[in-house]
Design a protein around this ligand. Sequence first.
Ligand code: ZN
Ligand code: ZN
Length: 155
Amino acid sequence: MESSLTTSAGEGVSPLTGGCMCGKIKFEVTEPLLGAAYCHCKRCQRRTGTAFSVTGLTQPGSFRLTAGEETLRLYEPGDGWNKSFCSNCGSQIYTVNPENPDLLAVRLGALDQDPGVRPGAHQFVDYAAPWDPLPDDGLPRFSERLDWTQVELDS
Ligand SMILES: [Zn+2]
Ligand SMILES: [Zn+2]
């Protein structure tokens, strides 16, 4: 039975391109995203300066930087996914699981196109900003990390 949390790869769009605010960093995603999710964790709040973020999981090996590698920096929290960002403009680009580099998720706001997939869940809702109530959108909610069978998005 197909989980309601996942979006079949066929619904996604590819190839995708994206980049940072100042234009130094550019990337491409050659296969459709596997799915996306809202994250309400405190790290995403601090990282973005707002209530939540939306991140989409890439298929293994489908993400590639096409410009600006020297400008890209990695923040390694030590107990979660590593976060890459542009050192010139601060834009968040992607996040990657340090134990499994095949698990790499792009920030949906960094994309140039509509990726086709839509966020399928809310994670870390216990930490959601009190000034931005969760929408009544019918999507599954997870107190902590999203419970995809093989997918763990962000934090
Ligand atoms: Zn930049
Ligand atoms: Zn988060």
